[in-house]
Design a protein around this ligand. Structure first.
Ligand code: PLP
Length: 410
């Protein structure tokens, strides 16, 4: 029997809330009171500071400051200053992270850059269960540069890496929340002369990441999930300092140039990670992200990880009591910020939950994901969502006509 500590009644959930060091963090978000927001693994809610910053950037910096705001509001350095705010969430140094483009583009740029160093075998590996964009980008890059493309079966990336080359791998799996054996992968990369680009999208802002201790050199990630940067907020690239200068971007844009305002005909990469800035960033979005990151100030990542895991254990226990399967790591083990539960009519069930104010999401063919961001969820409200989930299943409320039509975004 598991001895994991998680609430097993509403009273216990309330007691956990009383003792929660993160209990007041919710005040930082403009979240409707009647919503249990269980989709922070997809799109984080709006931090009040981000909304205020959008106002300032639009009405003061853009309307009044106009083009001068590139200097006066320091827009020009936002990729670096915002990256520096993400760095502590990865356990790395401020100049080891830059914010630019999207995860998709950053995978392409970084994988291409690693191949071009000539240090690694021209071999690009990705698992078939990996997030689709990672697979598409790696596959196409392989075609373009005539590198071998290894489409490894799910969970066999480690095996593929034994032959060297570059593996793109999620640190936290987007369907199950499973955490990869980071040090084991890095050890294999070391032994085979290979490299790993970690997709940190589902790991950043929820796990107590210590990338240098785990020998992680390269990573990319998104900022609209647990970093709450807003819809379409830009991605980031992490490269350990010692490995930055030898990298060449395949998309050399003018703002990544060493001297963009010299307007030289030839390209010279900017120092460090600046070279990965392909072109003019979306300043409204990046400044919102920059402000959103202030939510993490003064919070311990270990508290975030612990609470998310405890909420996950509570959900997994409820799923098991209902006789439902989960593909997530079991109670008492570490995982990312979401847990999955399988139901043959998962989409309709998630819609019925939404109608009761509990927002989850659905991933085909049968998985409902429960995102358990510790920043704004209380134990008691997740407990209530689980009770409603049970009621929806027992009464078969999900069978109602209104829950059957599938939206474009699930
Ligand atoms: C693991 C992972 N990688 C990449 C992406 C998407 O990348 P992009 O920001 O380019 O849309 C997602 C989106 O949910 C994701 O979960």
């Amino acid at each position: 029997m598991s001895t994991a500590r998680f609430p097993k009644s509403l009273e216990e959930a309330e007691a956990f809330d009383q003792a929660d060091p993160l209990a007041t963090a919710r005040e930082a978000f403009a979240l409707p009171d009647d919503i249990t927001y269980l989709v922070g693994h997809s799109l984080g809610p709006a931090p009040r500071a981000a909304l205020a910053q959008i106002e300032t950037t639009a009405h003061s910096d853009w309307s009044s400051g106009l083009v001068g705001s590139w200097n006066t509001a320091d827009w020009i350095n936002l990729p670096q200053t915002t990256g520096a705010k993400i760095a502590p969430l990865l356990g790395v140094q401020p100049d080891e992270v830059i914010v630019c483009d999207s995860v998709s583009l950053n995978i392409f740029k970084l994988a291409s850059a690693l191949l071009e160093t000539g240090k690694y075998r021209p071999r690009l590996c990705v698992e078939q269960g990996e997030f689709p964009t990672d697979q598409y980008m790696v596959s196409r890059l392989g075609e373009l540069v005539h590198a071998e493309f290894v489409h490894a079966s799910s969970e066999s990336g480690l095996y593929a890496l034994r032959e060297g080359g570059i593996l793109v791998k999620s640190l936290v799996d987007y369907r199950t929340g499973r955490i990869a054996d980071v040090m084991g992968f890095e050890q294999t990369a070391l032994e085979s002369g290979g490299a790993i680009i970690w997709d940190l999208s589902h790991a950043t802002g929820i796990l107590d990441l210590k990338l240098p201790e785990w020998n992680v050199i390269y990573g990319v990630g998104c900022t609209y999930k647990y970093l709450n940067g807003g819809p379409g907020a830009p991605g980031f690239i992490y490269v350990s300092r010692d490995w930055q200068s030898g990298l060449t971007t395949p998309l050399p844009g003018w703002l990544g140039h060493a001297r963009p305002f010299a307007f030289e005909p030839g390209y010279e990469p900017g120092a460090g990670l600046k070279r990965f800035v392909s072109g003019t960033p979306g300043i409204l979005s990046m400044s919102a992200l920059n402000a959103a990151l202030d939510v993490f100030e003064g919070l311990a990542l270990s508290d975030l990880q612990k609470k998310a895991n405890c909420l996950g254990d509570m959900c997994l226990s409820a799923f098991a009591n209902l006789g439902l399967q989960s593909t997530s790591p079991p109670i008492g083990t570490m995982r990312g910020g979401h847990v999955s539960v399988r139901h043959s009519q998962g989409y309709a069930v998630s819609q019925a939950l939404a109608a009761r104010g509990h927002k989850t999401d659905f991933r085909t063919p049968d998985t409902i994901r429960w995102g358990l961001s510790p920043l704004y969820l209380s134990y008691a409200e997740v407990w209530q969502a689980l009770k409603d989930f049970e009621d929806i299943l027992v009464t078969k409320e999900w069978q109602e006509e209104q829950f059957q039509t599938r939206n474009l975004v699930t």
